[in-house]
Design a protein around this ligand. Structure first.
Ligand code: SF4
Length: 475
């Protein structure tokens, strides 16, 4: 089914200020049929397409053309939330968790090798030092002779986070594997499904999910449970515990973060230093930011965090949830339901667009985290499905174009502060969604497609290479 057609029809109908019922009446079909076309669940026949082209005064070819920009990603089925929320050491899921997983995958199959060679390309080579990639790989191959090479020059690679593994015996390479780190700790091995995420969700877009939920009168957490099984709540309980632990550790730590940039930890100061004339709004800002700083500083120090959806953006979601739990007394069970909703949106972005800074800039990391944070809050506050979608959409829309330019390749500046700002923006997005979801024109599916295309059009110096922006100009 052509994704563009559904989005185009929805846009044209809204521009014409017609309800699904009114449009259906004009061409002799039910509002349900129109809804299915807009959700991508079915496609009108030629006669209906001709009628639609006439109503909207657009050429038929333009309406039904299945044109796809070269950088548009095909929608795919999503994997489990267990592949999205990963617990592991910072500072970068794509540069530490994924390379360590790829290393283990290769090592397990070549325990008879006498030595190993690993070549890192693209962003892994350019920011691998600051992001701790070599350290993560060395940790896996510690007991074996191995050599890691950084290849800055090869550009003909399928993904900006590419690594090659070679197994060597008797001085000869006898096997090799190319692996891509696709964001949030996920990996794809070339020519193999080993280590990759297994799709389990039946629907491929939020539009499809929304139709299904409305038809079956379900909530998003119920849908997640239906697909993942009841065991998902134990898993999300562990995720929430790990998130709270990272906040606690970050709030009690002092000192300077590693890496040589002389960045001092600030979470504790933010948490404890009351403003001299503190309003409720100032306190909210200070608390939420202190939680986001706490997780992000733990991440920068190589501590355990949860990818939400990545390590670099791991501070946003825990910060907004922790604040609301303390302020309004939400139970852990309610927080887990909010994590399920946030996870579904993060999963859609991961699958249909990208959560990788190396692929699409920081809009894919902090933008996605903000979107997840807004969706989680909307779920906690009991908003309806349209409002939840709108909150997630607004949060992403206003991160479009955000570059990734970490100074010295460390996940510190601008990353830590950006987590705090992202958390505050989640709150703003959900406040807007509370009032304005009826008038929205942009769907969540459309905004993440836009994010992906924007990211692919972005110069590579702004995609986690530390070659542009702050990374270039900071002295
Ligand atoms: S700038 Fe954003 S995408 Fe880049 S390393 Fe920092 S948090 Fe990650």
């Amino acid at each position: 089914m052509d994704n563009n057609f559904s989005a185009k029809l929805l846009k044209l109908r809204r521009e014409a200020k017609l309800s699904q019922k009114q449009l259906g009446a004009l061409i002799g079909v039910t509002d349900r049929a129109v809804s299915k076309w807009e959700c991508g669940l079915s496609r009108p026949g030629l006669e209906a397409c001709i009628a639609l082209a006439g109503i909207f005064k657009v050429p038929l070819d333009e309406l039904i053309a299945g044109e796809k920009k070269k950088d548009t990603k095909e929608r795919s089925a999503m994997a489990s939330l267990r592949e999205l929320y990963r617990m592991g050491p910072g500072p970068s899921s794509s540069h530490t968790i994924a390379p360590a997983r790829a290393s283990r995958l290769f090592l397990e199959k070549h325990t008879d090798a006498e030595e190993f060679k690993i070549i890192l390309y693209g962003s892994l080579a350019k920011t691998g030092y600051g992001h701790g990639t070599e350290k993560a790989i060395k940790g896996v191959f510690a007991k074996y002779p191995h050599k890691i090479e950084l290849d800055y020059l090869t550009t003909d690679i399928k993904h900006p986070n590419t690594m090659d593994f070679f197994a060597i015996k008797n001085g000869e390479i006898y096997d090799s594997l190319r692996v891509y780190s696709t964001g949030g700790g996920a990996i794809e091995a070339e020519g193999s499904t080993d280590g990759g995420d297994k799709p389990i969700y039946p629907h491929k877009s939020f539009g499809e999910i929304l139709c299904y939920l409305k038809e079956n009168k379900m909530t998003i957490p119920d849908y997640v449970e239906m697909v993942e099984g009841k065991e998902i709540w134990d898993f999300l309980g562990k995720v929430w515990t790990a998130m709270k632990d990272s906040i606690e550790r970050g709030l009690s730590a002092d000192g300077v973060l590693p890496g040589g940039l002389d960045v001092h930890r600030k979470a504790k100061t933010l948490f404890t230093r009351r403003h001299m004339d503190e309003t409720a709004e100032t306190r909210e800002n200070r608390m939420v930011c202190s939680f986001a700083y706490a997780v992000s500083e733990e991440n920068a120090a190589g501590g355990e965090v949860v990818t939400a959806p990545t390590c670099g953006a791991s501070g946003v979601l825990p910060a907004v949830l922790k604040y609301q739990q303390e302020k309004r007394g939400f139970s852990d069970k309610e927080i887990c339901r909010a994590l399920a909703t946030a996870g579904l949106f993060g999963n859609l972005i991961k699958t249909n667009a990208s959560i990788s800074g190396a692929e699409c800039g920081c809009q894919a990391e902090i933008g996605s985290a903000c979107s997840m944070g807004a969706a989680a809050l909307a779920e906690l506050f009991g908003m309806d499905l349209e409002q939840i979608e709108y909150a997630a959409e607004v949060a992403m829309e206003h991160h479009l174009g955000l570059t990734c330019d970490p100074i010295r390749g460390l996940v510190q500046i601008p990353c830590i502060e950006r987590n705090a700002v992202g958390a505050m923006r989640s709150i703003q997005a959900v406040n807007l969604a509370n009032f304005l979801s009826d008038t929205r024109k942009i769907s969540f599916d459309l905004v993440i497609q836009t994010m992906y295309e924007t990211g692919r059009d972005m110069s590579k110096i702004y995609r986690e290479t530390a070659e542009g922006g702050l990374a270039k100009l900071y002295q």
